[in-house]
Design a protein. Structure first.
Length: 340
C-alpha cells in the first residue's frame, strides 16, 4: 500500500498524559534517560538540517522501551491488589520480557504467551526472568486471545499492550507509561537548541506507542510535528485502517520486524491514530535490514523493529513526503539487536 498523508491531523488536539508518570520512572533502580543521538550523515541523506535517533536499546536494563509501559501499568495494578498475582500477557518479545522482569522484581508470577515466529532467543530471555512461557500455534492476535482466557483464572490479571472494547484501562496505563520517552525527547532537544521536531517517525505494531506520540505532541495546543507511523508490509494494520477509514484487521505474514507483527490496531489507540497521525507507510524486510546496517555503521545498535523508523522515512520521502531543508527529524529506535 502507498504512503498515506493526512494534513488535517496537525490541527487535532487531545488531553496530555499524567505528569506523575515520569516522576514514577525516576524512582526505579537504574533509571536514566536513554540517548538522543544526532546523526549528521542521515541529515545530509534526507536533505534536512538535523536528524536525531532516540536509542531505546538499553532502557532500565532491558533492550527496548516496553518496560516504561509495563512498569507503570503494573504499579497501577498492584496499588489496588490484595495478595500475590500472576501477570499474564501475550508478546512478540520485548513487552513480555518487560512484564516478566517487573513481576520478578516485585515478587509476583508471570505467564507469557508467545505466537509463532518468535525466536528461541527471545523466548529464552523471557524464561530467564522467571516467567512461565506458553507457545501459541498462531499469530499475535491469537496469542492475545489465549492470554485473555488464561487471565480469567483467580489471582491472574492481563497486562496487555493492546486494547479492545471492555479491556482498555490497563492498556491505557501502558500508553501513559510511554509518555516518559517523549518527555525525555523534549528535554534533550531543548538542551540542543531545538524547541520542537518537525517530523517524528514511530514504528507501529498495534499502535500504542504511536498513540503515546500523538498524545504528547497533539496535547500542546499548538501545531506540532508531522507524525509518521511505520509498519512492516507483512503486518500493516494501521495503514490498512487509515486507508479504509475504519479500524480493521489484516492477515499477518512472516517478518524480521517481529515486534511489529500485529494484525489489529488497539481499540484505544485507533481514534488517536485516525485523527492525529499525519502520515503512514509500510516497509519491507529488506528496507529494515538495510536500516539496521546503516544505523550500526553510525554507532546506533538497533533491531529490525527499531530501525523501521529510518526505513519508513526513506520510503515516505521516496513516495513524495516533502521535508524542508531546515527541518529537524526524530527517529524512534525502539529496540536493540533482536535475540534469535
Amino acid at each position: 500500500m502507498p504512503l498515506i498523508m493526512r494534513p488535517a491531523a496537525r490541527d487535532w488536539t487531545c488531553e496530555p498524559a499524567p505528569d506523575e508518570v515520569r516522576a514514577f520512572h525516576a524512582t526505579l533502580p537504574g533509571h536514566a534517560p536513554t540517548p538522543l543521538t544526532e546523526l549528521p550523515a542521515l541529515a545530509v541523506e534526507l536533505g534536512v538540517a538535523r536528524v536525531f535517533v532516540k536509542d531505546e536499546s538499553a532502557r532500565l536494563g532491558l533492550p527496548a522501551f516496553k518496560v516504561l509501559g509495563a512498569s507503570w501499568a503494573i504499579h497501577r495494578i498492584l496499588a489496588a491488589a490484595d495478595g500475590p498475582l500472576t501477570l499474564v500477557t501475550a508478546t512478540d518479545g520485548n513487552h513480555g520480557r518487560a512484564v516478566a522482569r517487573t513481576a520478578r522484581l516485585l515478587k509476583h508470577r508471570a505467564h507469557v504467551l508467545v505466537p509463532q515466529g518468535v525466536g528461541p532467543g527471545a523466548v529464552d530471555a523471557i524464561v530467564a526472568e522467571g516467567a512461565r512461557v506458553t507457545r501459541v500455534e498462531g499469530p499475535f492476535d491469537e496469542a492475545v486471545r489465549r492470554a485473555a482466557a488464561v487471565a480469567d483464572a483467580p489471582g491472574a490479571v492481563l497486562v496487555q499492550d493492546t486494547a479492545w472494547p471492555g479491556y482498555e484501562e490497563i492498556p491505557g496505563w501502558i500508553v501513559e507509561g510511554y509518555s516518559t520517552l517523549f518527555a525525555e525527547i523534549g528535554s534533550q532537544l531543548a538542551a540542543k537548541g531545538v524547541e520542537l521536531p518537525d517530523l517524528v517517525a514511530v514504528p507501529a505494531g498495534v499502535g500504542s506507542l504511536a498513540q503515546a506520540a500523538v498524545t504528547h505532541y497533539r496535547s500542546r495546543r499548538i501545531p506540532g510535528p508531522c507524525l509518521l507511523s511505520v509498519e512492516p508490509e507483512a503486518a500493516s494494520c494501521v495503514l490498512a485502517s487509515l486507508t479504509h477509514g475504519r479500524s480493521m484487521s489484516v492477515t499477518t505474514g512472516d517478518t524480521i520486524m517481529a515486534g511489529l507483527n500485529c494484525g489489529t490496531p488497539s481499540s484505544l489507540a485507533w481514534p488517536f491514530l485516525r485523527d492525529g497521525l499525519d502520515a503512514a507507510v509500510a516497509v519491507t524486510d529488506a528496507d529494515s535490514a538495510r536500516a539496521v546496517h546503516d544505523l550500526a555503521a553510525l554507532g546506533v545498535s538497533s533491531g529490525p523493529s527499531g530501525a523501521a523508523s529510518l526505513a519508513g522515512i526513506r520510503a515516505a520521502v521516496a513516495q513524495g513526503l516533502a521535508l524542508e531543508p531546515g527541518s529537524t527529524v526524530v527517529l524512534l529506535s525502539t529496540e536493540g539487536p533482536t535475540a534469535t
